[in-house]
Design a binder for this molecule. Structure first.
Ligand SMILES: [Zn+2]
Ligand SMILES: [Zn+2]
Length: 346
């Protein structure tokens, strides 16, 4: 079927309306009528060519929420009319050790990204800035009642990206967690860590968003531009989640960790980072990374967010504002995620 979409025709060019073809619904496929698609910073990096050559035209969008319109005969998990979501991946081999463990995002054969990827049938994937998408049922999540669709869309990338390390490194009562950066990822990290029961501190460049940070669930807020922050908070945290995609002084942040503390990067700076190994061995600290999360964990995250009344803070826009929204994301002028009302695409 041919469906309306917004695509980047070439690297760095503005997105424009187009029509793309979606495959026929296969035995284990779900046809989703998309209602909302979040704008992730990765979308912008990809269409700007920051991450290398892409199979243009590219339809971005990997924070997708919609309603099931059709299911293949082998699908048992989803029914027509269900509210569902799709995140950053739409397929993986399903057979390797990582897939079998539920870490499909680390598939040894390479997971299939939701857009600008090559699907297992050889076709190029196109993302959620469109009215419909066809996805293998095993990669489609249930969106529980209790989360608004627009607020749910960013959970599919920003939500799981921050939930996964918070869960893995045990954010919870009695744990001191710091979140570096209060943007799309950071604001979700604060909400989720607070809901898990941790004592949450925001470490941001300035105090500009302090009021927001405290409202979202942080107890403390410090400016990293103030050198006193690093002496005051030395050795304090069990876990630091760094959501910033620019280079940081790794040693300075490691110095904020208690013994056995972990600094986890979910932000992906283009530059190499370096560190002094003494920053690790002096207090048995770890420096780690984490990328989105597996399908089962993503479902757990959605259920957790519904149970705790958590959604993203969003600004819903019409499709013809996508290019403006990209400019504003690059200028950090969004609190905290743009979501496209895909009804405006048609
Ligand atoms: Zn993303
Ligand atoms: Zn695999």
């Amino acid at each position: 079927m041919n469906v309306p979409a917004y695509a980047a025709p070439a690297a760095g060019e503005p997105l424009a309306p187009t029509v793309i073809e979606r495959r026929a619904v296969g035995p284990n496929d779900v046809l989703i009528e998309v209602t909302h698609a979040g704008i992730c910073h990765s979308d912008i990096h990809t269409v700007n060519g920051d991450w290398g050559p892409q199979p243009f035209p590219v339809v971005p969008g990997h924070e997708i929420v919609g309603v099931v319109a059709e299911v293949g005969p082998a699908v048992t998990r989803h029914q027509v009319g269900d509210r569902v979501g799709v995140g950053c991946m739409v397929n993986s081999c399903g057979e390797c050790a990582n897939c079998l463990r539920g870490d499909e995002q680390y598939c040894l054969d390479g997971m299939v990204p939701t857009y600008a990827g090559t699907d297992r049938d050889g076709t190029t994937t196109q993302g959620g800035y469109s009215t419909h998408v066809v996805v293998d049922a095993d990669y489609v999540l249930r969106v529980p009642d209790g989360i608004d669709s627009a607020a749910a869309a960013p959970l599919l990338c920003a939500g799981i990206t921050t939930y996964a390390p918070l869960r893995r490194w045990g954010a919870g009562p009695g744990k001191r967690v710091a979140v570096v950066g209060l943007g799309g990822l950071g604001h979700m990290a604060v909400k989720i860590a607070a809901a898990m029961g941790a004592e949450v501190t925001v470490l941001s460049q300035s105090l500009k968003k302090q009021e927001d940070g405290l409202r979202l669930g942080a107890q403390h807020y410090h400016a990293t531009s103030d050198p006193d922050t690093f002496s005051q908070l030395a050795g304090r945290f069990d876990l630091i989640v760094n959501t910033v995609s620019a280079a940081i002084d790794v040693d300075a942040y490691l110095s904020l960790l208690a013994v056995d503390g972990t600094l986890v990067n979910v932000g992906a700076p283009p530059e190499q980072l370096s560190l002094d190994v003494f920053s690790l061995i002096g207090a048995r600290r770890s420096f780690a990374g984490s990328m989105i999360g597996g399908i089962a964990l993503t479902q757990e995250m959605l259920d957790f967010c519904a149970e705790h009344g958590i959604g993203a803070e969003v600004e819903v826009i019409a499709a013809d504002r996508i290019n403006d929204a990209y400019e504003r994301v690059l200028a950090s002028d969004v609190r905290y995620r743009f979501v496209i009302d895909t009804a405006t695409l048609g």
